[in-house]
Design a protein around this ligand. Structure first.
Ligand code: DGL
Length: 262
């Protein structure tokens, strides 16, 4: 069974894609809302939080883990692999990089993410390795206000549009060909992000790239199991979180409190 975690509700964009393409998948989701956002924290703290999140999911019976958070995928994978050498991890960066690799004639790529993700330089490094083409330019921009805007459900507010335009202005100016949404919260802002850039920009989001990778590499995890289990835990539960999650997933969500062993 899949265990999926994020710092908050952003990882639900991965759940949504799983439910759309393989609705009979069993999973346990953990959003660490009590300690979100992760994106402004140090690598050491993010690594420690991720190890605790995974301990919770394994105790719930998860066998394989989706790190549905770019910040943790950038900074915590090594800590996770060391802490749980027997567990298979799927991160959100590998499939996004693979999806970009498929696009023809890329000259300029934009990457947006949390401060920690952008500061880690993981996307740039992985993209350069994968594209093996020094003429491709990569422009990275941290958008730290996007996560709280999503957690507050301010998806279409004029304030959000103004903030998006300001953050994305350098990418507009560089006339990028493709943009990686390097944070699992960002697909919720995709309409606003899209209108802040030139129309021809191709947008890569990790949720759909990740589910394609699961279909290829671990189809057994998306298959019908004996008993369907789809559970949502948050370390800080609130009616607003359930409401936003429900609206986003198109179903009623009754989340439970997830108590992490610190
Ligand atoms: N959704 C997360 C990501 O993909 C983290 C957001 C945050 O907690 O800062 O990076």
């Amino acid at each position: 069974m899949l265990g999926i975690f994020d710092s908050g509700i952003g990882g639900l964009t991965v759940v949504r894609e799983i439910l759309r393409r393989a609705p009979q998948t069993s999973f346990v989701y953990l959003g660490d809302t009590a300690r979100a956002p992760y994106g402004n924290k140090s690598a050491e703290t993010i690594g420690r939080y991720a190890v605790e999140d995974v301990a919770f999911l394994l105790a719930q019976g998860a066998t394989d883990i989706v790190v549905a958070c770019n910040t943790a995928s950038s900074l915590a994978l090594e800590a996770l692999r060391q802490a749980y050498p027997q567990t298979r991890f799927f991160d959100v960066i590998t499939p996004a990089v693979a999806a970009l690799h498929e696009l023809p004639q890329l000259k300029k790529i934009g990457v947006i993410g949390t401060r920690a993700t952008i500061r880690s330089g993981t996307y740039e490094k992985r993209l350069k390795e994968s594209l093996n083409n020094s003429s491709v330019q990569i422009f990275s921009v941290a958008c730290p206000l996007f996560v709280p805007l999503v957690e507050e459900n301010w998806l279409k507010r004029p304030e959000t549009k103004r903030i998006a335009r300001a953050y994305l202005q350098p990418l507009r100016q560089h006339q990028i060909d493709a943009l990686v949404l390097g944070c699992t919260h960002y697909p919720l802002l995709e309409p606003v992000i899209r209108t802040s850039l030139q129309k021809r920009v191709q947008i890569i989001d990790s949720p759909s790239a990740l589910v394609s990778q699961l279909e290829k590499e671990a189809p057994e995890l998306l298959a019908v199991g004996h008993e369907l289990r789809q559970e949502y835990f948050f370390t800080d539960t609130s009616p607003l979180t359930d409401q936003i999650a429900g609206r986003w997933l198109g179903r009623i969500i009754k989340s439970r409190h997830g108590e992490l062993a610190g």
